[in-house]
Structures are given as structure tokens and as C-alpha cells.
Design a protein around this ligand. Structure first.
Ligand code: COA
Length: 161
């Protein structure tokens, strides 16, 4: 019997921030294998294409064992079934995240009752962080070095130049 516990951490990751990385580190204590699922999510008009977003994450998690980074463009519940995962990890930064996350969690449970959504709280220092803020700050020449990994800082030239 395969007792390996697989969890999925889905998101748009446009781009990954230290807040996301913090959640990944914490999530690894709950599972043997963590799949970071990068949604193509065209409705959000991502600034970075999915190859860039996947690459930024891969380069940022090199020192973490048990993480795989994969793009996806299906229902999350189908992606979870395909990879035999039964846990979805979501980061909850503030009350404002809660209502939307609750709706998504309930809808995902409706689609697959064997899938548990686990909400994790990032470190306080990252609770204000979002990918949109990072892009806006970088676009105006602000310093994002305390917000995103090196690979992203380097890739940011795409939106600053
Ligand atoms: N640190 C920093 N930022 C964080 C964070 C953390 N720990 N956790 C969340 N965020 C931010 C993200 O940066 C992002 O900010 P932005 O909007 O400024 O870019 C925001 O919170 C969350 O956005 P996103 O990553 O797009 O997640 P989401 O909660 O909107 O959900 C999917 C995205 C991919 C999980 C969801 O759309 C999905 O499951 N799609 C697949 C299709 C599907 O199954 N649909 C049915 C769903 S019921």
C-alpha cells in the first residue's frame, strides 16, 4: 500500500514571493511530497508566462526536499486526482482572504469529498505581501529584494524596462 502523503499548493504565482515560500516550507511538515501547481490562469492576465513562473519557483526551492513544480490548466480537483493528492494547501494571510478561500474550499469539496483543504498562516512579516504589490513596486523602481527570491528579482527586468 502506498502511504505517501501528497499535498498540492496551487496558485498563480505571478510571481512567487517569500510569503509563498514560507507556506511551502511549512506545508512540507504535513506531507511527504508537495506539488506546487502553477495555474495558467489566463483570466488573471499574468505578467509572467507559465514557463517563467515555474522556473522562478524551481530555482527558489532547490534547497527544499520533496517539492515538485508543475503547471496545470484543469480543475484543481482533477489535477489532485491525477497526482493522487488528498490535501490542498492554501495560505491565509488576513480575514479578507477568508471568504473567497472558504467558497473555493467548499466548491472543491463538492467536486471531490476526499480532498481536504488545509489553510496555513504565513509568518507575520509576509502577511501584507502579494504578487500584485511586488509587481507594482518593481514597475516603479522600488526595492523588492526583501519580498521575492533572487530568481524573481532578476526576472523583474522584464517589467521594469
Ligand atoms: N504570500 C504572499 N502572497 C500570497 C500568499 C502568501 N503566502 N498566499 C496568497 N498570496 C497572494 C498571491 O500572491 C495572489 O496575489 P495577487 O492577486 O496580488 O497576485 C493572491 O494571494 C492569490 O492569488 P492566486 O495565487 O491566483 O490564488 P487564488 O486563491 O486566486 O486561486 C487557483 C488560484 C489556481 C488555486 C484557483 O483559481 C484554481 O483552483 N484554479 C483551477 C480551476 C478550478 O479548479 N476552479 C474551481 C475552483 S472552485
Amino acid at each position: 500500500m502506498n502511504t505517501q502523503r501528497t499535498a498540492i499548493y496551487p496558485g498563480t504565482f505571478d510571481p512567487i514571493t517569500f510569503g509563498h515560500l514560507d507556506i511551502m516550507r511549512r506545508a512540507l511538515s504535513l506531507c511527504d511530497r508537495l506539488i506546487v501547481a502553477v495555474a495558467l490562469n489566463p483570466k488573471k492576465n499574468p505578467v509572467f508566462n507559465s514557463d517563467d513562473r515555474v522556473r522562478f519557483i524551481q530555482q527558489s526551492v532547490q534547497d527544499l526536499k520533496g517539492i515538485e513544480v508543475l503547471p496545470f490548466d484543469t480543475l484543481l480537483t482533477d489535477f489532485a486526482a491525477l497526482h493522487k493528492a488528498n490535501i490542498i494547501i492554501k495560505g491565509l494571510r488576513a480575514v479578507s482572504d477568508f471568504e473567497y478561500e472558504l467558497q473555493m474550499g467548499l466548491m472543491n469539496r463538492n467536486l471531490n469529498d476526499n480532498l481536504e483543504t488545509v489553510f496555513m498562516i504565513p509568518s507575520q512579516e509576509y502577511s501584507f505581501l502579494s504578487s500584485s504589490f511586488v509587481k507594482e513596486i518593481a514597475k516603479h523602481g522600488g526595492d523588492v529584494s526583501k519580498m521575492v527570491p533572487k530568481s524573481v528579482q532578476e526576472g523583474m527586468s522584464k517589467i521594469t524596462s
